[in-house]
Design a protein around this ligand. Structure first.
Ligand SMILES: [Zn+2]
Length: 235
């Protein structure tokens, strides 16, 4: 409880700073370069951003018919832009609507190959911190709010706690969602690095789904995710 209180002002300050930086992007690329050069960087890490699903695997479908893979990609591209702008090394697992399988004939075989590729990319990246982006779905449309799932390691739990506190405090105040182990999720069970899976919100909740499709909300979401990831990486 105390920890939560002490982190929130920091998160808000970071978020406002990042939103200010995002506004600065519109001034032109030279501004971006100057800003990125001025920020002290923890260079010893690489954020691996995973827009999950893609290609034939669309993931969940929203209440207005948008596929999860589309939103995962939009949000991941924004997150990648932001972290790059801030001077961090990143690796984006896909940057278009594709599956990254390398072998297989059937959809199921391609899915297995795609998952193995994602694991390989994360595990082969030195000092990787995985941010896997998802959208939630539930038959009952009442449920809403971001939720963070963690790879089983102390570092991942610490990152998940920071991420959940930031997301709830900034975007979903009053939500009682707690971090959970990412059980039964192939990628999260096979990585040997720090990693979290972020369910940004529920595609089955009409109000939240509308927000998740909104460009301004996506920017805010990415500012919060980046803030939490950076403050974790610097501690
Ligand atoms: Zn998903």
């Amino acid at each position: 409880m105390n920890k939560r209180r002490s982190i929130l002002p920091l998160v808000l300050t970071y978020t406002l700073t990042i939103l200010g930086l995002l506004a600065a992007v519109q001034w032109g690329s030279r501004t971006v370069t100057v800003l990125a050069e001025k920020i002290p960087i923890e260079r010893n890490i690489c954020f691996v951003i995973d827009p999950d699903h893609g290609g034939e695997d669309g993931g969940a479908t929203s209440c207005t018919g948008v596929s999860e893979s589309t939103l995962n990609l939009q949000i991941s591209l924004r997150l990648n832009d932001l972290l790059t702008l801030l001077g961090y090394d990143t690796k984006l697992i896909r940057d278009s609507n594709i599956s990254i399988y390398t072998e297989g004939e059937s959809i199921a075989q391609k899915k297995v190959s795609d998952l193995k590729e994602r694991v390989r990319i994360v595990n082969e990246t030195e000092n990787a911190i995985l941010l896997s982006i998802h959208q939630n779905h539930f038959p009952d449309s009442r449920y809403s709010g971001p939720q963070v799932f963690f790879h089983k390691s102390d570092d991942s739990i610490a990152l998940a706690n920071a991420m959940q506190t930031a997301l709830t405090g900034t975007l979903s105040p009053g939500s009682k969602r707690q971090i959970k182990p990412a059980q039964g999720i192939y990628l999260m069970e096979h990585i040997q690095k720090t990693g979290v899976l972020i369910e940004c919100g529920f595609l089955s909740n009409p109000a939240e789904e509308a927000r998740l499709r909104d460009a301004e909300y996506q920017k805010k979401l990415c500012a919060v995710i980046a803030t939490a990831a950076i403050s974790y990486a610097n501690t």
